[in-house]
Design a protein around this ligand. Structure first.
Ligand SMILES: *Cc1c(COP(=O)(O)O)cnc(C)c1O
Length: 413
């Protein structure tokens, strides 16, 4: 059984101030999880999580994570600007972009961010633009398939990111000629993994590469960035990742590969998004229509612009009908939004208790890649974001869009 972090009583209280739909975040859950991650990697003195801003680009969230010791992983101009305005600058920013526009490199350089180059050609591009910083990172793509115990997790050879090993060697050499003194390695090879083996397996590959790169180029490698990819159980029957076991798996790889090579000073970085926020956010909506044709439909006041993952990837998001947690799921519904797009369905053929008009519907695990993927199709407006604070009070952290926001960029005459 998947539980909501908010009670029906609380939702009724919130309803006195804020209409549905809205995204709600759980401060306590976010902080506790961030502390667990830190604990899991406490064996590595240089460890740092750079939260992937694209997952939840909301200042209140970035500040909470910053208080817990996290920096930011940015990949666009506005993400860099948001980070700056949250007081997160310098080497607390990892700039992991691709097909990067020049003004974004310039902003990253101005802020003193650690720049992670996606391609060999970016070495000269960055050098011409603003010179090479002393500390720099290169993104690796090993090609082929990424497997764990003979199971294919992802297909890096079809991914647009990163450099081949030969290009990594060339890039390091050229960067050293251009004045770089400290190097990092980055790779993101599989997304939303539910396996305690992903990070340790990735880490082993990158640690071996680090030893080889140092041997080939003499580069001073000071950090390895395992990036994102640790997943969350969206479905009730899926097992959770054990972050302690993951940290321990990475430690074993570190001690068997890096330490014997005299590289026991290397810092481990992560750029987790989904794992940091996914379970600690939900989309709160209300049932506003029911419809009985060839199937049973419940229409919500939220739609795919508030949460795109089901429409875009057919992603599963668990749904709780608030106040009916203990009732039998003896109805089968399609739960829909109001877009003129038939894929605007939060759930298809979902067994749920009987839903009545006005019921609060909580859509789980929307804390990452939820609000942030929102868009304005059909002239629909983005919702508010609220924070359930540790003391139980609720704070508005982003207001809902108004029609005036929507019209702000159009030219009527
Ligand atoms: C999206 C992304 C992340 C975060 O991924 P999650 O799946 O949310 O952990 C980290 N790093 C980079 C470069 C990304 O593009």
């Amino acid at each position: 059984m998947k539980k909501t972090f908010v009670t029906l009583e609380k939702l009724k209280e919130i309803a006195e101030h804020y209409p549905t739909p809205y995204h709600l975040y759980d401060e306590k859950g976010i902080r506790e999880n961030a502390r667990r991650l830190k604990q899991a990697f406490s064996w590595n003195p240089g460890f740092k999580e750079y939260f992937a801003v694209k997952a939840t680009p909301t200042p209140a969230i970035l500040k909470i994570l910053h208080e817990e010791g996290c920096g930011t992983d940015c990949s666009s101009l506005t993400e860099l600007m948001m980070s700056e305005r949250c007081g997160i600058t310098g080497e607390e920013i990892m700039f992991s972009s691709n097909a990067t526009p020049p003004e974004e490199f310039l902003k990253a350089r101005e802020l003193g961010a650690i720049i992670n180059l996606d391609d060999y050609t970016h070495v000269e591009f960055l050098n011409k633009l603003c010179g090479i910083p002393k500390k720099i990172c290169c993104r690796f793509n090993p090609g082929g398939y990424f497997t764990i115990s003979n199971q294919i997790m992802d297909n890096p050879s079809e991914q647009k990111y990163g450099m081949t090993k030969e290009q990594m060697i060339q890039a390091y050499r050229r960067l050293m000629e251009l004045g770089a003194e400290e190097f990092g390695i980055h790779a993101f090879l599989a997304s939303n993994t539910l396996s305690n083996e992903y990070y340790p397996k990735l880490a082993s590959q990158l640690f071996e590469l680090a030893v080889e790169l140092r041997r080939e180029t003499g580069a001073n490698i000071t950090f390895i960035n395992l990036s994102g990819g640790i997943g969350i159980p969206y479905k009730p029957e899926q097992p959770e990742n054990d972050i302690m076991a993951i940290g321990e798996g990475v430690r074993k790889a570190y001690e068997s590969i890096l330490t014997p090579a005299g590289m026991g000073h290397v810092a481990i970085f992560t750029e987790l998004g989904r794992f940091m926020l996914g379970p600690y956010g939900c989309l709160v909506a209300r049932a506003i229509h029911e419809k009985h044709i060839y199937k049973e439909y419940i229409g919500l006041d939220a739609c795919a612009v508030n949460l795109m993952r089901p429409a875009m990837y057919g992603a599963y998001h668990h749904i709780t009908v608030m106040g009916k947690e203990d009732q039998r799921p003896d109805h089968v519904y399609d739960i829909t939004g109001s877009l003129c797009e038939n894929n605007d369905k939060f759930a298809i053929d979902r067994p749920l208790p009987k839903i009545d008009i006005g019921d609060f519907i909580v859509i789980h695990d929307t804390g990452a890649h939820g609000f942030s993927m929102g868009y304005n199709y059909n002239g629909k407006l983005r919702s508010a974001e609220l924070l359930l604070q540790e003391d139980g009070s609720v704070r508005l952290i982003r207001r809902a869009e108004t029609p005036e926001d929507y019209f702000a960029t159009v030219i009527f005459d």
